[in-house]
Ligand binder design. Sequence first.
Ligand SMILES: CC(C)(COP(=O)(O)OP(=O)(O)OC[C@H]1O[C@@H](n2cnc3c(N)ncnc32)[C@H](O)[C@@H]1OP(=O)(O)O)[C@@H](O)C(=O)NCCC(=O)NCCS
Length: 185
Amino acid sequence: MANLLKINEILKNSVHKSLEIRTMQKIDLPTVMDIEHSIQASPWTQLMWLDSTEKSDICWILVRNKALRPNGRSISVCGEIIGFIAFSLCADECNILNIGIKRKKQGKGYGTALLQAAIEYAKQYDVNKIWLEVRASNQAAIRLYQKLGFTEIDIRKNYYSALNLTDSEDAAIYCYSCKQIPQKT
Ligand SMILES: CC(C)(COP(=O)(O)OP(=O)(O)OC[C@H]1O[C@@H](n2cnc3c(N)ncnc32)[C@H](O)[C@@H]1OP(=O)(O)O)[C@@H](O)C(=O)NCCC(=O)NCCS
């Protein structure tokens, strides 16, 4: 898809030369679910992932390519899935539905790169606002969102217990405005 090519071109010209974003395929689900189970309190079920990948949501995997030179001979490229993101585009709005980075790879800028890529992609579709919800206690994610320009809009009390999840926690609703007015200097 031309738009994803554009996003990968941006990544190739950044500090993350070895990263590539690919559309998530069914074959990627076991790895994606393994990663999510190790980092999320309430990971998506296989049915949720299948539903998301098969409908019009956009599901990407973040792959880190490593050049291998077995026996010092020819170079082969091996890709490791290090993260994922799922989001939806509807009219002029985008919703970030899920994002995660493999625990051992967190804190290295990969989450920033992946979310930035989704923002750039959404902008290509003339999206006005990007929405997401996050557990109020999830400081790592909240700092990532704030760093990229998301602002807190609302708090939904006990949102996660209302979804029948075992624990009760508030959700913070964050929004990113794609048509930000540049600040005067
Ligand atoms: C949230 C998440 C995707 C961030 O990905 P990441 O690759 O670790 O993030 P980055 O390395 O790009 O860091 C981005 C910013 O987040 C913040 N951050 C990252 N890890 C943090 C941590 N452990 N504690 C506090 N802040 C943290 C920092 O502000 C960082 O910016 P800085 O390095 O310039 O200070 C990742 O931590 C994750 O997968 N968490 C579990 C799943 C999850 O909570 N998903 C979000 C659900 S809404």
